[in-house]
Write a protein that binds this ligand. Structure first.
Ligand code: NAD
Length: 509
């Protein structure tokens, strides 16, 4: 199914301009840096990219603001984030529109992304009164041993196109309450939503009397990101994107002994056991694999099904895939919007060709759609491919709605297949057998940063720490105690006796 009617680029341009105006954004138009929409695959208007000098100035401003922001009491810092959360609530619809226009997300997912931003603001406001360390039993009489947490410095946030606003908020809301200042380099594909977020934060800062320079936005391509990566004034580089990007960023930041927080690619799998509730599994699998047109870092890319139920499950999945409504993401009935670019479509098609050459069989999907209505856009049917083995192409992340299906006989075999990929982001098992579920979650089970039971791999809540192992980069952000990455700890020994006792009973003088 697909609706053939799509908005025109002129409609999208007008909608973006009207939303930006309501958000208070004055667009500095230029010619060197286009804003575009995957809905039609065409440019909306030109923007001005930041220069190396702008980047230098932004880092200097953020560093200067840090020197006062770090001494502002954390609950006062929380007021800025509280106000930001309020403004996000007020402008939820306009922000979601920009996400749909630039990233192609369907309406309910775009609204969900803004909700996630609101949620992390609420979380960070609470956190602003809970940035505590521990008191540790000292081995010496008359001594107190304590751990304190201090602001870190300027945080450079580099973000990907597919969560163009939420990833910023996960980092920025937490960094701001931790006493850090932020310089943000968003994806070159999602500048408009970045302008909107920056404007709302500036408004919140004006209203609560916080320095405007606690946040700086730099539109531009990877060269701006590279400048942040190499600048020793940027204490933490939090970079979200492909493993290719992380492979470049990680060593460069390490070379100057900076800190990095890497949130990179995934190759997420779900195991479906014989006892699984198949109604629930089908729903969970289709949302995780085809939702967001397969463009979530947590998208389900591999399905590992017990041989006894494979035919039944695949028949149901095939039927569900054939009915997926593909088209205009603003249309409330659409479930699958466009891929971000022609390059993304080409990468998907190449992966599909390789998978078939390696013996894979297409069970459903794979055709391009809406080529007449939007020849420059990339709409494609989510595809289900049955494979006998976990070949090289299956072990790679293809950032598109491409789900490989493998079968297994024993749970040990399923877990071995599951873990035998370079990435380690998200995972799940569908089972009603408690032993199987617990084994999957145990030390000898899934090796991912996220492991779920009876729910798909995507759609995490902000309360937990988010991130993954191996080539996913090891970073954790958002909830739980991920805030510690944005602060530095100091261990304090306080002697309140009148005797100098040395540790480990050392005697001296
Ligand atoms: P990308 O790697 O192409 O770009 C991400 C960002 O990095 C962009 O802002 C880009 O300009 C910048 N960049 C690229 N090379 C750089 C370099 N050498 N130095 C500094 N900055 C550089 O990724 P994308 O296509 O925008 O996003 C899709 C990828 O992101 C997928 O692999 C997906 O799995 C991953 N992702 C991961 C998470 C996560 O939390 N683990 C979340 C979202 C997306």
């Amino acid at each position: 199914m697909s609706s053939t009617a799509l908005p025109t680029t002129e409609d999208l341009r007008a909608r973006a301009r009207a939303g930006l105006a309501r958000l208070g954004v004055t667009v500095e138009e230029g010619s060197d840096f286009p804003a575009r929409s995957p809905i039609t695959g065409e440019d909306l208007f030109g923007l001005r990219a930041a220069t190396a000098a702008d980047t230098e100035q932004a880092i200097a401003d953020a560093r200067a603001a840090f020197l006062t922001w770090r001494t502002t009491p954390a609950p006062r810092r929380g007021e800025l984030v509280w106000r930001l959360g309020e403004l996000l609530r007020d402008h939820k619809g306009d922000l979601a529109d920009l996400i749909t226009i630039e990233a192609g997300k369907i309406r309910s997912e775009a609204l969900g992304e803004v909700q996630e931003m609101i949620d992390i603001c609420d979380f960070a406001v609470g956190l602003s009164r809970q940035l505590y360390g521990r008191t540790i039993a000292s081995e010496r009489p008359g001594h107190r041993l304590a751990e304190t947490w201090h602001p870190l410095g300027v945080v450079g946030v580099i973000s990907a196109f597919n969560f163009p606003a939420a990833v910023w908020s996960w980092n920025t809301a937490v960094a701001l309450v931790c006493g850090d200042t932020v310089v943000w380099k968003p994806s070159e594909l999602t500048s408009l939503i970045a302008l909107a977020c920056d404007r709302l934060l500036a408004r919140a800062a004006e209203e609560v009397g916080a320095p405007r320079e606690v946040h700086r936005l730099l539109l531009g391509d990877r060269t701006i990101g590279e400048q942040l990566v190499d600048d020793p004034r940027v204490a933490l580089v939090s970079a979200t994107g492909s493993t290719r990007m992380g492979r470049e960023v990680g060593p460069r930041v390490a070379a100057r002994f900076g800190r990095s927080l890497l949130e990179l690619g995934g190759n997420n799998a779900a195991v479906v056991a014989p006892s699984a509730d198949l109604d629930l599994a089908v729903q969970g699998i289709v949302f995780a694999a085809a939702g967001t047109a397969g463009q979530r870092c947590t998208t389900l890319r591999r399905l590992i099904v017990h041989r006894d139920i494979a035919d039944t499950l695949l028949a149901r999945l095939t039927a569900a895939y054939r009915k997926l409504p593909i088209g205009d993401p603003f249309d409330e009935t659409t479930l699958v919007g466009p891929l971000i670019s022609a390059q993304a479509l080409e990468t998907m098609q190449n992966a599909l060709t390789r998978a078939q050459a390696e013996g894979g069989k297409i069970l459903a999907g794979g055709n391009r759609r809406l080529t007449d209505a939007a020849p420059h856009a990339s709409y494609v049917e989510p595809v289900l491919v049955r494979v006998d083995e976990q070949t090289e192409v299956v072990r790679e992340e293809t950032f598109a709605p491409l789900l490989y299906v493998l079968t297994y006989d024993t749970l040990d075999e399923a877990i071995a297949l599951h873990n035998d990929v370079p990435q380690g982001l998200s995972s799940s098992i569908f089972t009603r057998d408690q032993q199987e579920a617990e084994l999957f979650l145990s030390a000898e089970g899934s090796d991912c940063g996220i492991a779920n039971v009876n729910i798909g791999t995507s759609g995490a809540e902000i309360g937990g720490a988010f991130g993954g192992e191996k080539e996913t980069g090891g970073g954790r952000e958002s909830g739980s105690d991920a805030w510690r990455a944005y602060m530095r700890s100091a261990t304090n020994t306080i002697n309140y006796s009148s005797r100098l006792a040395l540790a480990q009973n050392v005697s001296f003088l």
